[in-house]
Design a protein around this ligand. Sequence first.
Ligand code: GDP
Ligand code: IMO
Ligand code: MG
Length: 423
Amino acid sequence: MNLAVVGAQWGDEGKGKLIDILSQDVDVTVRYQGGNNAGHTVIVGDKEYVFHLIPSAILRPSKVCVIGNGVVIDPKALLEEIEGLKKRGLPMTDKQLKISANAHVVMPYHRVMDQLRESKRSHKIGTTGRGIGPCYCDKVGRMGVRMVDLLNPRVLKAKLCDNLNEKNDIFAKVYGCKNYDFGEIYKEYCSYGRRLKPYICDTALYLKDVIDRKKKILFEGAQGTFLDIDFGTYPFVTSSNATIGGVCAGTGVPPMHIGKVIAAVNAYTTRVGEGPFPTEFDAKMDETIRSKGNEFGATTGRPRRCGWFDSILVRYALIINGASELAIMKLDVLDDLKELKIATAYKYKGRVYKDYPHDLEVLSHAQPVYETVSGWQSDTRGVRQYSKLPANARRYLQRLETLLNVRIKYISVGSKRDEIIVC
Ligand code: GDP
Ligand code: IMO
Ligand code: MG
C-alpha cells in the first residue's frame, strides 16, 4: 500500500527522519507541495543532512525521488542542494531524481517581494523569506514560470517580459526599489534550465507507470496542518496545502492511490514564525525545551517557539488528513520533566472549546485547559521496544492515544535513524 506522511502541528515534526526510515520499504518518494521553506533533517551515523527541496529518501541510492508539480522550485537552491549531495558522495543521477515539468519556479523577484511584503505588514507572518508565497500567488494569478518553460527560451522570454513589466512597476511605485534587468534573469534562468534538463519530465505519467508496475509510493508532506493555507491558523500559514488534499493536486496521483496516512507530531509542540500558539511555554520552560530539543529552524536557524502537547489541534489534524496512524517524535526531549501537561480544551470568555476554533481572536487569547501527568525522569534514548519504556512514558502515550482516538505506530526517541520504536 502507498503511504503519506503529513505534519499534524506547525511543521518540524521530524518528518524527514520518519521519511528516511519509511523509504526503505517503498520504491518512490514524492514531495507534493511547499518549496525550500522546508527543512527536513536526516541523521545517519555522524552525518547530518538537511533537505529543502529534495525528498528525504535520497540517501537510499536504489530508491527514486520525485519533486511533484505542486512544489515551487527555486532552481538556484535546488542546484546547490544537488551539488552539495554530489560532494557528499551521492550519485544524484536522473534515474534517482525526477522533477515535474509543471512545477512552478521561484524567481528572484519572488524572494524580494516576500521580504518587502513582510516589511509592510503590521502583523508579520514571519515567513522564511524564500519567495514561496509570491511564487504561489503568481501560479494562481496565471503568470508563473514553470520548470518546462526554462527549457524553452522563447516561452521563458515572453513570460519574463510580461512579469517584469508588472513587477518592475510594483517594485518602483509601491516599494521604491530598483528595477530588475531582463537580460540578467533570462540568462541565469536559461542556464538553470540547461543544468536541470535531465531531471525534468512528466512526473504524473512517471507515477502512473510506477503504480501500474505495483511499486510503492511514499508521499512526503512539508510544513504541517496548521500551516496549511486552508486549514491552518490563517493568515499565519504558508501558501500551499500541506494537508493530504495537496497530494492529488501536487502529484497527479488520483486519491484511491494515496493509501495510508501517517500523521507526524512532536511529543510536545513547536512553531517557527508568528501566529497564535495557545499552549506556548513561558520563557523559562521554553528555554529548557529549546536547548534540550535543539529547537532551531532547519531552514532559517530561528529559535522555535515551544509548548505543551495540544490534543485539540492534533485531533483536528487527524480528521483533516484522514490519518490512521500517529508517529510521536522527540519523546526523549521530555525525559527530564517532573510533570507534563496536555491541553484538552480551550477557554475563552467563559466558553469552553473542545474543537479547534478558526476565529483568530479565540485562538490568540484562549486559555488551554490542561491535564497534568507525571513525568518519567529517565533516559528513553536507548529504548527500542514499547514495553521497555518507563511506565509513565507509556501512560503519557496511552493518554494521547485515548484523547486522539488513534494508534501510535512510531515513537522516536532520538534524532538518529535507529532511535525509533515501532509498535
Ligand atoms: P521536519 O521539518 O518535520 O523534517 O523536522 P526538522 O528536521 O525540521 O526538525 C526536527 C528536528 O528534530 C531535527 O533536528 C531532527 O534531527 C530532530 N529529531 C527528529 N526526531 C527526533 C527525536 O526523536 N529526538 C530528538 N531529540 N530529536 C529528533
Ligand atoms: P518543514 O517542512 C516550520 C512557516 C514559517 C512562517 C510560515 C510562512 O520543515 O516542517 P513561508 O516562508 O512558507 O511563507 O512562511 O510558515 N514555515 C515553516 N515552519 N517548518 C516548515 O517546514 C515551515 N515552512 C514554512 O516559519 O511562519
Ligand atoms: Mg523542518
